[in-house]
Ligand binder design. Structure first.
Ligand code: MN
Length: 380
């Protein structure tokens, strides 16, 4: 039986038509299978664009996640095999999460920090799992980007000589790249297959979150090509003591407003921590929305998680940070950045209160006093 709170919640949502009723169901909007013809044509043009060029750059978004890393790695592999062209993979921020660091080390993915990159030296600039002007890349907004492969909603204005393949109806950017490789019948080594498999696995939470039929097909095919020993090492990477302190801070600070849980880590040593804690806390019974915050390197990092796709996390977070920073995302996962942010806790706390107010308003909820997650009586 549905708890009364959930029914009330659904009813409130149905009033908020804009959010509750997406214009189209993306799953029905497009074919259910891979689109190898499209993949062949567009990737052929990308290959031609880099052929014979001196230097090619592939930019992943800042603090790259497995999907961005695998997509960049796969694109560089495609260029190497089909055009004999080497490419440099770069990103800003850090690979923070231990799983992701283990992935980079064990699979030998060479990622150059953006501050070591001189844009002028590159004839072709590609961007994966991200788009210019969305705030999650240190690549300057005015920098020309020639090739974009992404699965986030389109926000970039496509210029004449740009090659853009944005597929909103793919759960992982790595799946699009898998199609390119498949369409060209490119041999996939174990390292690359393992990277792409882990990307789809973590991005879709093992085909449980925002997955589409092509992701499932890629996941199944890549599994048999992957090294399961390395997959285990990645998924069970050892974590430092500080990781548990962050866990503790997330739990201690977590407060619940209706079915919205908000936590604030204050200072974090890497931004991925915020997203990881947000995923973790979404498991709380009766919670459908999680907003996490943390400050890293003078930047406030936000992470929004929803337990259903129809609410459009990307749209919600953009409204919530409007005028304060930049944000974007998919249906159930989204992130944002506010720069510059001081390390002062009082200022961070004030920002938290502002964001809570805005989030509750956007979700059409009454303002209420938050209930601590770890309050004394935990029986309900
Ligand atoms: Mn992605």
């Amino acid at each position: 039986m549905m708890p009364i709170r959930l029914l009330r919640w659904l009813w409130r949502r149905s009033l908020h038509k804009d959010i509750f009723n997406p214009p189209v169901d993306r799953r029905e909007m497009r074919g259910t299978e891979m689109d190898l013809q499209r993949s062949l044509e567009i990737s052929e043009r990308m290959i031609e664009k880099v052929r014979g060029k001196r230097n090619v750059l592939i930019v992943a978004h800042d603090n790259p996640d497995p999907d961005a890393l695998a997509a960049a790695y796969a694109l560089s592999h495609l260029f190497l095999v089909k055009a004999g062209q080497n490419a440099v993979i770069a990103s800003g921020g850090i690979v923070g999460r231990r799983e992701n660091r283990t992935m980079v080390e064990k699979l030998e993915i060479n990622v150059v920090p953006m501050n070591k990159i001189d844009r002028c030296q590159y004839d072709v600039v590609c961007m994966v799992d991200s788009q210019p002007g969305t705030g999650n890349s240190t690549l300057p907004d005015d920098c020309r980007v020639d090739i974009i492969v992404d699965h986030h909603p389109q926000r970039v204005e496509v210029a004449d000589n740009m090659l853009v393949d944005i597929r909103n109806d793919y759960g992982a950017c790595a799946t699009i790249l898998y199609e390119y490789l498949l369409a060209h019948d490119v041999y996939l080594g174990t390292r690359l297959a393992t990277a792409m498999f882990y990307a789809i696995r973590s991005e879709t939470q093992d085909l449980g979150r925002e997955w589409f039929p092509p992701d499932r097909k890629a996941y199944q095919e890549l599994l048999s090509l992957s090294n399961n020993r390395i997959l285990f090492d990645i998924a069970h990477a050892k974590v430092p003591r500080n990781y548990f302190l962050n866990f503790n801070r997330a739990l201690e600070s977590a407060r619940i407003f209706h079915d919205v849980l908000v936590f604030n880590l204050f200072e974090v040593d890497h931004p991925d921590m915020v997203a990881e804690m947000a995923d973790f806390l979404l498991r709380m019974e009766g919670v459908g929305v999680v907003l996490g915050m943390g400050c890293c390197d003078q930047e406030e990092v936000l992470s929004l998680r929803l337990d259903r796709e129809e609410l459009f996390a990307g749209k919600i977070i953009r409204t919530v940070v409007e005028g304060l920073g930049s944000a974007g995302g998919h249906g159930m996962i989204a992130g944002g950045q506010i720069r510059p942010m001081t390390g002062n806790r009082a200022v961070q706390k004030e920002l938290e209160n502002t964001l809570i107010k805005r989030l509750l308003k956007e979700l059409d909820y009454e303002p209420v006093k938050g209930r601590r997650l770890l309050a004394g009586d935990c029986n309900n």
